[in-house]
Design a protein around this ligand. Structure first.
Ligand code: ADP
Ligand code: MG
Length: 303
């Protein structure tokens, strides 16, 4: 099998348990992400999602295992990988625009000042920030605006991989909806590869090409890779009418509500080579000449 753009191989993380021993967050995790994909990871709090992301970002070292991007080992932070956290992490003494130009200037040192500003302004505009707003400091912006700046800043640097750790967790539902749309728009325009943590099932279905499902920790596993068989562009008001929507949603709810716990902590099971690929597509039945009377088929295909 051809190597993925991003490949996570035999990744293991252990931490001291505070009582002289150690506990295993996850062991021998394996998965890949293709170039241009939008992948979400879902799992209960504490299963190790942020730990995985920090390793991908190069902000933490795993106990063992490797991460390769474009065939190169990931070690230490790099401008090739952009990160957006839940609580914005903007530089408070700089305006919105300067928070973006700061990174762009570092990323593209050959660009003159006007090109840096033009590029940065364009990305702020993509997330709905224009006019005077971009000259305000973070303390003068709402939470939603600050998170828009964070997203603009990350995309404007044109990293090969964008990592988002529950970026909308602190936002109200309406703002979250708008920024989700903006995120998808920027992603579609740029074809960047996105890896996003969320605990919001509907957000994951709306945004992702594929959802990775993690079992509960300790000894969490990336157990499944669920394909989102709903064509793009997706509108939040329309996707609920797609025949696959509730079938996929039910599968995810079922996993998080029950199987994530049942499958957890099974240290005696052999590590999964890759998460199991799950493809749910009821439209295949609808198009069939002589459809079987409906018990929906959930197709689970070994990768
Ligand atoms: N630096 C650390 N030292 C010790 N334990 C940690 C550290 N970072 C995370 N953990 C533990 O590892 C587990 C996974 O944490 P985390 O990756 O933040 O989970 P998630 O993002 O899925 O909620 C948790 O039990 C957490 O307490
Ligand atoms: Mg987390």
């Amino acid at each position: 099998m051809a190597k993925s753009f991003l490949s996570i191989e035999q990744l293991t993380q252990r931490y001291p348990d505070g009582q002289g021993g150690e506990f295993t967050v996850f062991e021998n995790a394996n998965f890949g992400i293709e170039k241009g994909e939008f992948v979400c990871i879902l799992g209960h709090s504490g299963c190790g999602k942020s730990t995985i992301m920090n390793i991908l970002a190069g902000l933490a070292d795993p106990t063992s295992g490797v991460v390769k991007m474009d065939g190169q080992h990931v070690s230490g932070p790099s401008l090739d990988r952009g990160v957006v956290f839940q609580n914005y992490s903007l530089l408070p003494w700089l305006t919105a625009l300067k928070n973006v130009t700061f990174g762009v200037q570092a990323r593209f040192p050959d660009w003159d000042k006007s090109k840096v500003i033009e590029h940065s302004t364009a990305f702020l505009e993509k997330v709905g920030l224009t006019g005077d707003t971009i000259h305000r400091k973070p303390s003068q912006l709402s939470g939603g605006m600050r998170q828009r700046v964070s997203i603009a800043r990350a995309f404007a640097n044109e990293p090969k991989l964008l990592l988002l750790d529950e970026p909308f967790g602190a936002l109200d539902a309406l703002t979250r909806g708008t920024i989700q749309d903006e995120l998808i728009k920027v992603w579609s325009d740029t074809d960047q590869t996105v890896f996003m943590i969320t605990h919001d099932i509907d957000e994951a279905i709306l945004l992702a090409d594929r959802i990775l499902l993690m079992t509960n920790g300790p000894m969490a596993q990336v157990a499944e890779s669920v394909e989102i068989t709903i064509p793009r562009p997706r509108k939040r008001t329309d996707i609920v009418d797609h025949p696959n929507y509730y079938a996929i949603r039910n599968h995810l709810v079922q996993f998080l509500g029950q199987r994530s716990a049942e499958l957890a902590g099974q240290s005696d099971t052999p590590p999964l080579a890759q998460p199991k690929t799950v493809r749910i597509d009821l439209t295949e039945d609808i198009d069939a000449e002589d459809p079987e009377p409906a018990t929906p088929q959930l197709r689970a295909v070994e990768a």
